[in-house]
Design a protein. Sequence first.
Length: 60
Amino acid sequence: MVSRENAVIGTCIALTVAVALLVESLSVSYPEWVPLALVIGGGVVVPLAINEALDKRETV
């Protein structure tokens, strides 16, 4: 059985990859750091924030 934390992380990574592919397919110019920021933000920061919020909700 998959834990809640792993499900949140997997979902965020899948959504981040989908958004990154969408951004890459657009013919819009953007700074070079945008894909890196997207991967770090969507694949690391967002899942950590979601899991922390859910952990706090469970303890209350």
